[in-house]
Design a protein around this ligand. Structure first.
Ligand SMILES: C[S@@+](CC[C@H](N)C(=O)[O-])C[C@H]1O[C@@H](n2cnc3c(N)ncnc32)[C@H](O)[C@@H]1O
Length: 276
């Protein structure tokens, strides 16, 4: 764990994680380099994301008000955002009265998050660290959220038990991931990135760690049955699995997924669970 850049508050003490950058797991080191490289692109879009005045999920920007993934009232809740990136989700939650803390593995993404905090005059603690090995005491948060953060870049067999550890009994875990069918139907493209097909391009049985052609990062995806198992074995009850479809007719061809595809299969999924 590396506390460089954390701001001081009751959640800033490095109590649990003890890893230095050198002894981070191989995939966490690779993902740090990957996200430091991608940070400039995300910095361009960060002001627009911070300016949105409600919680909107994923690339589809589905308003939480229409799907209720979050608890009904987040005011006063201690919230941890796992893999916060530029931290716009935390900013939205802060405006709703929550007390967010962000943690991310990329110093460069956190630089953008800090610049946004100054630009929007909205400050909350930010930590550099690995969401698989969190620097927070047991039972210290009411809500853990992740939007394409730890939810896809961390090993679910590590970050989900860690999320359970730092949540209080009854606490909520809400995370967004790429739709399982997107992963299954993506055509690996050696020019970099993936394009969408309509046939099964990879096995589902045994799916866990993913390395896409043309990308240096390592991501993770589990079959739904395995995801249910790891959530339940970590102490969660699953409340909802929300499969997202586009909400309007604007051009949604973000991330290489054509509108026609997104209208037939869920592009993104939100898992909502509650710690027993
Ligand atoms: C697509 S961004 C998601 C965050 C935010 N929603 C955004 O778009 O800026 C993915 C983030 O996950 C972070 N990440 C990857 N591995 C991580 C880890 N092991 N611990 C914490 N954060 C991690 C990356 O550094 C990156 O900022």
């Amino acid at each position: 764990m590396d506390t460089q850049g954390s701001q001081s508050n009751s959640h800033s003490l490095p109590l649990a994680g003890t890893m230095t950058a050198e002894n981070l797991p191989e995939h966490v080191q690779r993902n740090r380099a990957e996200w430091d490289n991608r940070a400039a692109d995300f910095a361009e879009w960060a002001p627009d994301a911070w300016a949105i005045e409600e919680v909107r999920w994923g690339e589809l920007r589905v308003p939480d008000a229409s799907i209720h993934a979050l608890p009904a009232d987040v005011a006063g809740l201690d919230v941890i955002e796992l893999g916060c990136g530029t931290a716009y989700v935390s900013a939205w939650l802060a405006r709703m009265g929550a007390k967010p803390v962000g943690i991310d593995n990329s110093p460069k993404q956190l630089e953008t998050a800090r610049a946004m905090q100054d630009q929007f005059d909205l400050h909350f603690p930010l930590h550099l660290g690995n969401a698989e090995d969190l620097p927070f005491p047991d039972a210290s948060f009411d809500l853990a959220v992740s939007e394409y953060g730890a939810s896809i870049w961390c090993d679910p067999y590590k970050w989900i038990p860690e999320a359970a550890r730092i949540l209080r009994p009854g606490g909520h875990l809400v995370f967004l991931v790429t739709g399982l069918l997107v992963v299954l139907a993506s055509l690996d493209d050696d020019a970099g990135g993936a394009s969408m097909g309509t046939s099964l391009e990879r096995p589902l049985i045994g799916m866990h760690r993913l390395e896409w052609l043309g990308e240096d990062g390592v991501s993770f995806c589990l079959p739904h049955g395995k995801m249910i198992d790891v959530l339940r074995e970590s102490g969660f009850e699953i409340e909802k699995l929300i499969e997202l479809a586009p909400v309007d007719d604007r051009d949604l061809e973000i991330a290489g997924i054509p509108n026609a595809w997104a209208r037939q299969w869920p592009v993104e999924e939100i898992w909502c669970a509650r710690k027993r």
